[in-house]
Design a protein around this ligand. Structure first.
Ligand code: APR
Length: 170
């Protein structure tokens, strides 16, 4: 089981091997953490996403799946893009959110990324209640079969950080 660390801050600044992006199925960028990663990571990330769309996932990346690209100008070497569930739209959002974490860690293992940073996937635009999401995310990482040494949850505000801290004591 990887060491799990909580950080309050900006995921684009994290000096880890891979950061996970809360993307959408187009993989062509957006707002929130997706926008921040593309802004700070530069055009190489979008170019790599476009290549993935034109080869592996022509119809878009399904919810719960993950793909890796270069980290571009980011401190992190790779970005692992995953699509979280839109909370109000899914029958079983917890299973899909859990899959975002286990699939991202499976890809991190393929990249031999020892240190991986996650944002609070789906808790912004996608409307996942932060306490529920924190419990699912922490449980998924705790039970994942991964060789990652450290998993960092990078929370953008104190509310999210407190929710993950509660989930960690659960
Ligand atoms: N670093 C860390 N966390 C961040 C950052 C950042 N720079 N910017 C935003 N966040 C946090 C938000 O505060 C929220 O807790 O990331 C979490 C996820 O919020 P969103 O980025 O809105 O992602 P999500 O809810 O998964 O919605 C995905 O939003 O940006 C679009 O293209 C994306 O359509 C997709 C949708």
């Amino acid at each position: 089981m990887p060491r799990i660390v909580l950080v309050e801050g900006d995921i684009t600044a994290q000096r880890v091997d891979a950061i996970v992006n809360a993307a959408n199925p187009t993989l062509l960028g957006g707002g929130g953490v997706d926008g921040a990663i593309h802004r700070r990571g530069g055009p190489a990330i979008l170019e790599a996403c476009r290549r993935i769309r034109s080869t592996e996932w022509p119809d878009g990346l399904p919810t719960g799946r993950a793909v890796a690209t270069t980290g571009g100008d980011l401190p992190a070497r790779w970005v692992i893009h995953t699509v979280g569930p839109v909370y109000a739209r899914e029958e079983d959002p917890a299973t899909l959110l859990s899959s975002c974490h286990t699939e991202s860690l499976r890809i991190a293992d393929e990249l031999e990324a020892a240190r991986v940073a996650f944002p609070a996937i789906s808790t912004g635009v996608y409307g996942y209640p932060i306490d529920e999401a924190a419990r699912v995310a922490v449980e998924a990482v705790r039970t994942a079969d991964t060789s990652a040494r450290e998993v960092r949850f990078v929370l953008f505000d104190a509310t999210a950080h407190a929710a993950f801290a509660r989930a960690m004591t659960g």
